[in-house]
Ligand binder design. Sequence first.
Ligand SMILES: [Zn+2]
Length: 241
Amino acid sequence: MTLFLFFFFGSIVGSYFETTNQRIARDDNLILDSNKRFLRSQCDHCKKELSWLDLFPIFSFLFLKGKCRYCKKPIKIDHLISELLFGLIFCLLILSDNSLDLFLTIPFFSFLFAIALFDYKYFLIPKIYLLFFILISFFSLYFEGSFTNIIFASVMTLTVFIAKQIMDRLMKRETLGNGDLFLIFGLGFFHSPIEFSFTLLLASSLGIVIFVLKSLMNNPIDKVPLGTLLAIGSISSFSFI
Ligand SMILES: [Zn+2]
């Protein structure tokens, strides 16, 4: 029962962040609408304000067969994906025997996966998410982190920064965004050195696999969403190490 409640709670958070991601992508105000009223959720097509019946995570999407109740146009599948993903992550957090408090891990992984979803779609990390993410990771030092975390995070981020400078020169373009560097720094504050190393290892291995597979399929890519890969590495190391 607790697990189901956590899944449900996670799917509500996922629904919220999917809406916020779309607003950031459109460069909309995140708090007020054009009439200076607090924003309510609305249909992407007909702009009709949605009631709680339309916003019930997962079930609303399935019940409405993925279509808006009012204009019958399709609702983006991204909503369902985000709701299922966050539901799953919240379940992983409660099942993990990691000693960190849920009051810390829930906001940390919520912002991390909001970044992951955004980066996957737009190859960009929104500054507002990054700010919250860094604040939470600093806060985590107060509870759990040790001096080792700070040293290790700084050394690893500096190493990645130097590697970025070399790669930028060699490839004559920006190979890694500054947002990625801040993300790596925040992850280093939050995770123990072992978890953090595993996170970086898994993210870079996944990046190489994607790069090679895409090249083999004659569809070479010049960038991978590192934020997404780091988030996958982070939740894996948190849950299974
Ligand atoms: Zn509609």
